[in-house]
Ligand binder design. Structure first.
Ligand code: SF4
Length: 263
């Protein structure tokens, strides 16, 4: 598949299905994905083989000062052109909360957006798997929007879809997400298909029943449901049909929950 890689530390603005015009911040190396999940649908492709030797520059994450300088330069330029973005989004080649200076960088980003682009929202896209690491919760709370991934309320299915590293626990993640008191967006990718001879489908009646219970438990202020948009590293995956996404969204809307659907 054609893998997306993002320059580091600032890229775009790009048009995002979910966020509008979005200036990206990639806290991972420019040429290498770093993530503690290995999702079967990841637009950056599979994680690199840990046994493969890598060049030193491929491992380097940008430092806090480098990110702030690059971001200020870009925001100043966009402000002068009258093209301030709708969002500044932490995403890119992996999981942003793995950066050791994550909270300091979010802090700097908030200062810079208030200076150059006060109408812009600072968003973090996260796989929710590092909430117990030092500074991660604090960094996420500083941002305007936290978009937190949970792709299934059934751990066995989540493990097939997301391939988390050892030590991951869905139950623990859910209890940590509750600390946001609902002040986050829950993001779920719906898909069907098969991988390595195993059926994967997080749209079955049983899956959705468990997922709606999870939504009730977490009470997020917004839910984002979406499906595949690009070729996936795992062949044999299929989009969730738009009608199904709409029916999931209808159930949530009937409960008074704000929903974004990206089919
Ligand atoms: S959490 Fe995001 S970056 Fe990590 S593997 Fe999954 S889709 Fe890719």
């Amino acid at each position: 598949m054609e893998k997306l890689t993002f320059t580091s530390p600032v890229f775009g603005p790009i048009h995002s299905r979910r966020l509008g015009s979005s200036l990206g911040i990639n806290l991972m190396p420019a040429s290498r994905k770093v993530c503690n999940f290995n999702c079967i649908y990841c637009e950056c492709g599979w994680n690199p083989d840990p046994l493969q030797p890598k060049k030193k520059e491929e491992s380097l994450m940008p430092g806090r000062e480098t990110v702030a300088l690059a971001l200020e330069k870009k925001l100043r330029m966009l402000a002068k052109e009258g093209k301030s973005p709708d969002a500044i989004t932490f995403s890119g080649n992996g999981e942003p909360t793995l950066h050791p200076d994550f909270s300091g960088i979010v802090q700097d980003t908030m200062v810079l957006k208030n200076k150059w682009s006060p109408g812009t929202k600072v968003c973090v896209l996260s796989n929710s798997a590092n909430l117990d690491k030092k500074g991660v919760m604090e960094g996420l709370m500083m941002a305007d929007l936290r978009i937190m991934k949970i792709d299934s309320a059934i751990e066995k299915t989540l493990r097939i879809i997301n391939n988390p590293t050892a030590g991951y626990s869905l139950q623990r993640t859910v209890s940590l997400l509750k600390r946001f008191g609902g002040d986050f967006t829950l993001q779920t990718m719906f898909l069907t298909g098969s991988i390595d001879g195993k059926v994967v489908d997080n749209t079955t009646g049983q899956e959705l029943e468990a997922w709606f219970v999870l939504v009730d438990e977490l009470k997020p202020r917004q839910v984002m449901v979406y499906t595949l948009d690009r070729q996936t590293p795992a062949p044999g995956l299929k989009k969730c049909p738009a009608e199904k996404l709409d029916s999931i969204a209808r159930v949530l809307k009937d409960k008074g929950i704000d929903v974004i659907v990206a089919g």
